[in-house]
Design a binder for this molecule. Structure first.
Ligand code: NAP
Length: 218
């Protein structure tokens, strides 16, 4: 299954403007059009319970809407099997389930719910829209990630005269990047703790070699 993440954020990487919950108050019309197109290209939309309660998307038979919540039973009266489903699953469990049901594309529209998907190595590409504002406060794009995720810019586009930017990245898979604060000798492993490889960190980083360790080039 191909998983795409779409987010709009400020220049200081806030996905909400302070306490303002609705992105529609500050996202550009042009970004709204990008989002609409991405939604149209995907068979499944995935979002966290809080985002669902802000956006309140209507179920339809064109695509499956999956809402993550630890308490699916609380939403039993709103669920419409095949259109609007509430689940309590890890990112890998959810993608495995969607795979077995034959879905091939999913768009991740979560808030903080996005982070475990990125950490699990499930996200294939990101569409990040940067609105030309500095918010100072608000939810950060990816708080509390255990390790950095290397990306490669596929394309970029200026969406309007004010300077809204659309950045399209692909995730460089099976690589690990130590953060500057990490120990110089790191044990590299994926989000599930598999495939540990003990590496000695070297500078400078070789960002072009995707076959080997992202930071160690071994
Ligand atoms: N700028 C953007 O592109 C963008 C995109 C999306 C959302 N937003 C904004 O972000 C805000 C909401 O983001 P948020 O980070 O506060 O919340 P969120 O990610 O929308 O929802 C968090 C909730 O999702 C549930 N959840 C997440 N992962 C789960 C899992 N694996 N299993 C079970 N439940 C899981 C939990 O619900 P329970 O508490 O029910 O267990 C958790 O409290 C809204 O203001 C929204 O407008 C902005």
């Amino acid at each position: 299954m191909r998983v795409t993440l779409a987010t709009v954020m400020s220049v200081d990487a806030r996905i909400t403007q302070g306490e303002t919950v609705k992105t529609s108050f500050w996202r550009s019309v042009e970004d709204g059009a990008v989002l609409k197109k991405l939604i149209g290209q995907n068979q499944v939309l995935i979002m966290g319970r809080r985002t669902y309660q802000v956006v309140r998307p209507k179920p339809n038979d064109k695509r499956l809407l999956v809402i993550l919540t630890a308490n699916p039973e609380k939403f039993a009266d709103q669920a419409v099997p095949g259109s609007l489903e509430f689940v309590s699953l890890s990112p890998k469990q959810l993608v495995a389930l969607l795979d077995t049901r034959g879905y091939q594309t999913a768009l991740l529209l979560g808030g903080a719910s996005n982070v475990p998907f990125i950490e699990s190595g499930i996200v294939d590409e990101l569409y990040l829209t940067v609105e030309p504002s500095i918010f100072g406060e608000g939810l950060p794009l990816a708080q509390g990630m255990a390790a950095a995720t290397p990306l490669r810019l596929v394309e970029h586009q200026q969406l309007n005269r004010q300077g809204t930017l659309l950045l399209h990245y692909e995730v460089i898979k099976n690589t690990w990047l130590l953060r500057p604060t990490d120990s110089l000798t790191g044990q590299h492993q994926d989000a599930d703790g598999n495939n540990p490889v003990t590496q000695q960190m070297r500078a400078p980083h070789n960002i072009d070699n995707t076959e080997n360790c992202y930071c160690c080039n071994q």
